[in-house]
Each structure stands twice: as structure tokens, then as C-alpha cells.
Design a protein around this ligand. Structure first.
Ligand code: CP
Length: 302
């Protein structure tokens, strides 16, 4: 993994995923001090973020590293017309690693081809969010005790939700069964279904949440991605289509856990939060350990 960019979850192998998960578990139990002393890491966020940016920055600072960057591209020379190409060339000179979120699909791959330091994709449009996937896998393994042979329900905006795209690809290495639960307008794109076909992974599609919910090991909820709709009426039509309520958990497995990359809007009722099946806030905490493990692997420190 040393010096390799992480743009798509498929840039890493199954063995890489497991190494990162194991290292994150070590970091969770004991934080090594100063592993990143002397390193400068740039966080370039061209799109809003709370968890991804702050957990990266917390991860870096807890290991003694320094962070530079911006959380709003309006405070950078992008507003003067500077291209992404030039921005990345410049920031490569100032840092040892670049973490970037950008609204355009493919922007992270482009940045990785320009940069002279490794690039970590912190989300590129509706395409991929690989570090979220690794923290999701960490959360799945921690709660289920394994990654293999699980029944995983992906619910909500499966069209624009980049987290479900990356998660589906990575979990395919562990023989899951998927249930895709979404309104017609937000179905899983065919390229991802073709990917599953090529791997021999079974999936089912349904519009009704309650159907088969008793089989779920993981219910992975997602927000309808308002910012990716070209037609606001389409968003209005779908935004309340799938809402998880506490009474719907009655027939679910005892060990089932609810995950959500967050932020949540209204797709999980607040009354679910105090259920022992709600795991999404701890899931967000796991992002710190996973991002420490990813950074240290790419910088060749572990
Ligand atoms: N999960 C996630 O990407 O959250 P943020 O948009 O707050 O970073």
C-alpha cells in the first residue's frame, strides 16, 4: 500500500482491507503517539463535510501530524479561476499526502494522476467514498464478528449514494447477499448490478422496506442526496419514500445492526437512536481509527 493512492475501493485488495481493519483495531485499543510527527497532510474539501474531514483531521492530529487545507473552496484560489490540475500540483509541494473531496465523479482519479504525493478520495460526486467503506467494514466486522456470508440491506438513495457503491464492491469479496431497497427513481445503477453478476453475488430488489427485514444482519440506511438532483421535484417525490421507525425493528434479528454513513435527514426516526440495534454514531467514531490506519499504511509507517 506504500505510496499508493486510494481512489476507488478496488485499488486495494481483500488482503489490504483486512490489514487496514486489523491495524485500525490496534489503534482503537492503543493510540501510538507521534507516528505522524514531521508529516504534513492536506485536506482539500470542495464539498461540505463534517465526519470525513474532521475524523481525518482528528486522526492525523492524534498521531502528532500537521494538517493544512481548506473546508470551503471559496477560501482558495479556485474562486479566481485556478484549475484543479494547478491546485493539486501546488498542494503536492506543500504536503506528504492529499485527502480530497470533490463534487465531480472522476476528480479524485484525475488528482492522483497529477499529484506527486498519494491522494485519498474522500468522496467524488456519486462515484466512490472508499474510506467510508473501510470504516463501514470495520463496523460490520466489529458488530457481526465476521465479514463473510452476511445479509446486507442497502436502503434509500442507491442511485446517487456513493457509500453504497463502494461498500457493495468491497463486501463482494466476502460472499454477501444484498437486498436493494429503494424507490424506482433511486435504484442501484446497472453497472453495479453487472459487477455483482460478474462476481456471482446474489441480490434482490424491492420497494417495500418491511419485506424480508427479518433476514437482515445489517441494514445500511442512506440519505436521499438532494444536492445531486437536477430536478428539485424529483427530490420532493422521493425524500420521504423510506423512513426507518422503531416499531419496524420488532421482527429483526437480535444481532442486527443499523448503519448509516450520516448525515441523516429524516430517513431514521429519532426514536431508533436509543435502540441497541442503532450503531451509526459509533460507526462514525470508528472513522478515526480506520483513517489513521489508512494514512499510516499509505505513508509506509506500519
Ligand atoms: N459520511 C460522510 O461522508 O459524512 P460527511 O459528509 O459529514 O463527511
Amino acid at each position: 500500500m506504500k505510496n499508493r493512492s486510494l481512489v476507488s475501493i478496488t485499488d486495494f485488495t481483500k488482503e489490504d482491507y483486512l490489514k487496514i481493519l486489523d491495524k485500525a483495531a490496534e489503534f482503537e485499543h492503543q493510540q501510538p503517539s507521534d507516528l505522524l510527527r514531521g508529516f504534513v497532510i492536506a485536506t482539500l474539501f470542495f464539498e461540505p463535510s463534517t465526519r470525513t474531514r474532521l475524523s481525518f483531521e482528528s486522526a492525523i492530529q492524534r498521531l502528532g501530524g500537521k494538517v493544512i487545507g481548506f473546508s470551503d473552496s471559496n477560501s482558495s484560489s479556485v474562486v479566481k479561476g485556478e484549475t484543479l490540475r494547478d491546485t493539486i500540483r501546488i498542494v503536492s509541494n506543500y504536503s506528504d499526502l492529499i485527502v480530497m473531496r470533490h463534487p465531480l465523479e472522476g476528480s479524485a482519479r484525475f488528482a492522483s494522476e497529477i499529484a506527486t504525493v498519494p491522494v485519498i478520495n474522500a468522496g467524488d460526486g456519486a462515484n466512490q467514498h472508499p474510506t467510508q467503506t473501510l470504516l463501514d467494514m470495520y463496523s460490520i466486522r466489529k458488530t457481526q464478528g465476521k465479514l463473510e456470508n452476511l445479509n446486507i440491506f442497502l436502503v434509500g438513495d442507491l442511485k446517487y449514494g456513493r457509500t453504497v457503491h463502494s461498500l457493495l464492491m468491497a463486501m463482494s469479496a466476502f460472499n454477501p447477499k444484498f437486498w436493494f431497497v429503494s424507490p424506482d427513481e433511486l435504484k442501484m445503477p446497472s453497472e453495479y448490478k453487472l459487477f455483482l453478476h460478474s462476481k456471482g453475488i446474489e441480490y434482490f430488489e424491492q420497494k417495500d422496506f418491511a419485506e424480508n427485514i427479518d433476514l437482515a444482519d445489517i441494514i445500511y440506511m442512506t440519505r436521499v442526496q438532494k444536492e445531486r438532483f437536477s430536478d428539485p421535484m424529483e427530490y420532493e417525490k422521493t425524500k420521504n419514500a423510506l423512513v426507518l421507525k422503531k416499531n419496524m425493528l420488532a421482527n429483526t434479528r437480535p444481532g442486527m445492526k443499523i448503519l448509516h454513513p450520516l448525515p441523516r435527514v429524516n430517513e431514521i426516526s429519532i426514536d431508533v437512536d436509543d435502540s441497541e440495534k442503532a450503531y451509526y454514531f459509533t460507526q462514525a467514531l470508528n472513522g478515526v481509527y480506520i483513517r489513521q490506519a489508512i494514512i499510516c499504511s499509505i505513508l509506509g509507517l506500519i
